[in-house]
Design a protein around this ligand. Structure first.
Ligand SMILES: Cc1cc2nc3c(=O)[nH]c(=O)nc-3n(C[C@H](O)[C@H](O)[C@H](O)COP(=O)(O)O)c2cc1C
Length: 190
């Protein structure tokens, strides 16, 4: 028996993305965004939905560039803080001591302490009710060597990326591998 929870913003798992932008004075800003995900393979693209009230929104419209830093559990408190205070009146990097690193391919900063970073240029925007969806072409992905497995690929168990539960407002850890994609379903293919 299923119980209706009504029309709500529920999906699992949700990411914790840290969206990095520069403002017009080149002050680096970063905010937490859980409303986002990969949205195209060619070109490789990712979408984040940002409320117009965010400082990030203004920066995105002006610079048409952003980064996504993916935090691990070690950066949880800072990531949470980045989602709690507006960049308009706070230098969040200075406040946390985290390092704004200028991206290589776009005019935006990323969080040096995060293990995985995406560099993106805005290729489209879509107005959706309360949020603007910014679609970014991923120009590069950077990964700390410490989270690469022996096969040279990012390893979630090493990364310990945090996810977000929008109903309980909890952070949770990702990492346990439970099966191989495009393989588990083979038993039904005949
Ligand atoms: C876990 C988490 C997820 C969030 N996801 C979003 C989101 O997807 N879109 C959004 O507009 N705000 C989101 N927020 C709120 C912004 O991060 C917050 O308003 C932030 O202070 C905006 O920073 P800025 O003014 O520097 O842009 C989220 C906050 C948290 C803590």
């Amino acid at each position: 028996m299923k119980r209706s929870l009504g029309a709500r913003t529920v999906a699992y798992p949700l990411p914790v993305f840290l969206v990095g932008t520069y403002d017009s004075n080149r002050k680096p800003d970063v905010m937490a965004a859980a409303w986002g995900g990969i949205c195209s393979s060619e070109p490789p693209s990712i979408a984040v939905s940002i409320r117009p009230s965010r400082y990030t929104h203004r920066n995105l419209l002006e610079k048409q560039a952003f980064t996504i830093s993916i935090p691990s559990i070690a950066q949880m408190a800072e990531a949470d803080f980045f989602g709690m205070v507006p960049g308009s009146d706070t230098d969040k990097f200075a406040k946390t001591g985290f390092t704004p690193v200028r991206a290589e391919h776009v005019d935006a900063p990323y969080v040096g302490e995060c293990p995985v970073v995406l560099e993106c240029r805005v290729i489209n925007t879509v107005e959706i009710g309360s949020h603007t969806q910014f679609i970014g072409e991923i120009l590069d992905v950077k990964c700390d060597e410490s989270v690469l497995g022996a096969d040279g690929k990012p390893d979630l168990a090493l990364m310990k990326a945090i996810g977000y539960d929008p109903v309980r407002s909890d952070y949770f850890i990702t990492g346990a591998v439970v099966g191989k994609a495009f393989t588990q379903g083979n038993k039904y293919r005949k």
